[in-house]
Ligand binder design. Structure first.
Ligand code: FAD
Ligand code: MG
Length: 456
C-alpha cells in the first residue's frame, strides 16, 4: 500500500532497538515514521558531556568481545574502544572487613582470591560450578519448555541459593551477582525465577566478559549516528497511547496526532508495550504476559575526580562488597581525558531504601561508601550525577526486566511473536544478550526483517 499519508511501518520507541529496525527498513526503501515519547532519542543508551568536556554514560556503557552485533555497529560508525580499566588491586569489603587482592571473580575467576576463609571461598566457587552446569543444560532460545523447565521456573533463585550455599559469603556472592551484575534485572534473588537466573547466565554470561571495553566519548554517541540517515522521519515528544489494527492496516495514535501504516514495530520494554491500548485487544497470553514482567530497581551514579587517584595507591578502582548502599563500583576513566570517573549502582532493596532519602542523604550515602572502597580521597569529587532509572516513566527501571517465577513457562511464548501487523523489538525480547545493547540490536534487526517479510 503506497499512499502519501500511509507509512509502510511506524516504529514506536527510538531506543537502540527501534533505531536499528528503523535504519534497516529505511535502507530497504520502506516508508517509515519513528514516534518517540521523550524529547531525545536513545532510550537507555544515553550519554552526556560534563561542563569540563568529560563524557559520561548515564545508561549502558560496556561492550564485550562476543557482542558481535554491537561491535559491528561501533566499527561502522568508527567509534573507538579502550579496555575498561582493571589494572591494580581489586577491593572486597565483606561484613566490615576490607580485602585488597590481585584477582577477580564475577562468575569467572582470575588471579588470587581475596583473604576470606577457604571454607567461604569453596562454598561460593563450588556452588557456582553447579549453577553454571545447570545453566548449560537449558535448551537453546527462550526457556519455554523442555526437561525440568516447569520445575526450575517454580522456584525463586533465593530458594536455590539457600539450598546450595552454607556460608554468609556464599549466599551473598550469588545475591550480589543477581542484584548488581548479571542474570538481567537486576533483581533480588527472592523476586526472580531460578529458571530466569540460569537462562541469564547461559545467554549473557559474565564468563564472556561483557564489561571488557568502554567507548571513547561514550556509548551515548551512537543513537545520533544511527539516526543521521533518517532524522526527518523521527518525531520526538510524541508518546503513543493507542494502536488500532485490522483490515490490513494500523492506526497509531500519539498524544499529538494519528498516523496510518501497513505495520508497526513496538520497540520498548514489555511492560511499556503493555501500557499501550490495542484495539482490538491482543491475545490474552500477550496481555497477561506484559502485566508480569517488571523492570529492575536500579540507579546508576557517576562520580568524577580530577584524576583516577586510586591508581596512585595501586588500586584498580573496581570494588565489590556488602556495604549499606553500593555493592559494586568500577573505574570508567577514559585514558584520553585523564579525568577519574567511577561508575556505581544502587540496586534491589538497597535502591528501594536509598530512593526514600533526601537529595543530600542519597549523595552522602554513595560518596561515603566509595570512601570505604577506595579511600577518603573519594570524598573530594568534582561532579556527581545520579540517574534514577525507575523514575523515568519511559523506561520504568534498569538495566532491564526480569521474570518472576512461573512467567516463562506459562506465558513466555507470547514474548516475541508478531501479532498480524504488530511486531515487537527491545532487548528484553532477545534470546542472546537480553538486557544488553547487543540484544537490543538483535531484536531491532529481527523486527525489521519480519516487517520486510510482512510487507512483501
Ligand atoms: C543503568 C544501566 C546500565 C546499563 N549498562 C549496560 C552496559 O554496560 N552494556 C550493555 O550492553 N547494556 C547495558 N544496559 C542495557 C542497555 O542500555 C539496554 O539493553 C538498551 O539500551 C535497550 O534498548 P531498547 O531499544 O531495547 O530499549 P530502550 O532504550 O528502553 O528504548 C525504548 C524507547 O521507547 C520509548 N518509549 C517508551 N514508551 C513509548 C511510547 N508509549 N511511545 C513512544 N515511545 C515510547 C522510550 O522513551 C525509549 O526511547 C544498561 C542499562 C541501564 C539502564
Ligand atoms: Mg494494556
Amino acid at each position: 500500500m503506497e499512499q502519501n499519508n500511509v507509512y509502510d511501518c511506524i516504529i514506536v520507541g527510538a531506543g537502540l532497538s527501534g533505531l536499528v529496525s528503523a535504519r534497516n527498513l529505511h535502507r530497504n526503501g520502506s516508508k517509515i515514521l519513528v514516534l518517540e515519547a521523550q524529547d531525545h532519542i536513545g532510550g537507555r543508551m544515553l550519554g552526556k558531556f560534563l561542563p569540563s568536556g568529560q563524557w559520561i554514560d548515564q545508561g549502558g556503557q560496556w561492550v564485550g568481545p562476543t557482542q558481535d552485533r554491537f561491535l559491528n555497529l561501533l566499527d561502522e560508525y568508527n567509534l573507538r574502544r579502550f579496555p575498561s580499566p582493571s589494572n591494580g588491586l581489586k577491593v572486597l569489603v565483606f561484613d566490615g572487613k576490607r580485602y585488597e587482592f590481585d584477582g577477580f571473580f564475577q562468575g569467572f575467576y582470575e588471579g588470587d582470591k581475596p583473604g576470606i576463609s577457604k571454607e567461604e571461598w569453596l562454598d561460593a566457587t563450588e556452588a557456582w560450578a553447579k549453577f553454571k552446569k545447570l545453566s548449560e543444560e537449558l535448551p537453546e532460545g527462550h526457556p519455554l519448555a523442555g526437561k525440568n523447565i516447569e520445575e526450575l521456573d517454580s522456584d525463586t533463585f533465593e530458594r536455590w541459593i539457600k539450598d546450595n550455599t552454607k556460608t554468609r559469603f556464599g549466599h551473598w556472592y550469588f545475591a550480589y551477582m543477581c542484584r548488581a551484575v548479571g542474570f538481567s534485572g537486576p533483581s533480588e534473588p527472592k523476586e526472580v525465577s531460578l529458571l530466569h537466573a540460569l537462562w541469564g547466565e547461559k545467554t549473557s554470561s559474565q564468563s564472556e566478559f561483557p564489561e571488557a571495553d568502554l567507548i571513547h566519548g561514550g556509548a551515548g554517541q551512537l543513537p545520533e549516528k544511527i539516526a543521521s540517515e533518517f532524522l526527518s522521519k523521527i518525531h520526538l515528544s510524541e508518546p503513543v497511547h493507542t494502536i488500532f489494527h485490522g483490515d490490513g492496516k494500523v492506526k497509531v495514535v500519539s498524544q499529538l496526532s494519528s498516523y496510518e501504516a501497513t505495520s508497526v514495530i513496538v520497540a520498548m520494554p514489555p511492560h511499556l508495550a503493555g501500557h499501550i491500548l490495542y484495539q482490538p485487544s491482543l491475545p490474552s497470553l500477550r496481555e497477561q504476559l506484559t502485566q508480569r514482567i517488571p523492570m529492575g530497581s536500579c540507579a546508576k551514579v557517576l562520580v568524577t575526580y580530577k584524576s583516577p587517584f586510586w591508581r596512585e595507591k595501586g588500586l584498580a578502582g573496581i570494588a565489590i562488597g556488602n556495604l549499606e548502599w553500593l555493592e559494586l563500583c568500577a573505574d570508567s576513566s577514559d585514558p584520553e581525558t585523564g579525568v577519574g570517573v567511577i561508575a556505581t549502582f544502587v540496586s534491589g532493596d538497597r535502591y528501594r531504601r536509598w530512593q526514600k532519602l533526601s537529595d543530600v542523604e542519597r549523595k552522602a550515602a554513595v560518596i561515603s561508601d566509595l570512601a570505604i572502597y577506595l579511600g577518603d580521597e573519594a570524598l573530594s569529587h568534582t561532579t556527581y550525577d545520579e540517574i534514577n532509572w525507575p523514575t523515568n516513566p519511559w523506561t520504568g527501571g534498569g538495566y532491564t526486566s526480569f521474570m518472576p517465577p512461573g512467567v516463562w513457562s506459562s506465558m513466555g511464548e507470547a514474548l516475541s511473536c508478531s501479532i498480524g501487523p504488530i511486531h515487537w523489538a527491545g532487548t528484553e525480547m532477545s534470546d542472546r544478550w537480553s538486557g544488553f545493547f547487543d540484544g537490543a540490536i538483535r531484536t531491532g534487526e529481527l523486527a525489521a526483517a519480519s516487517v520486510m517479510d510482512y510487507l512483501k
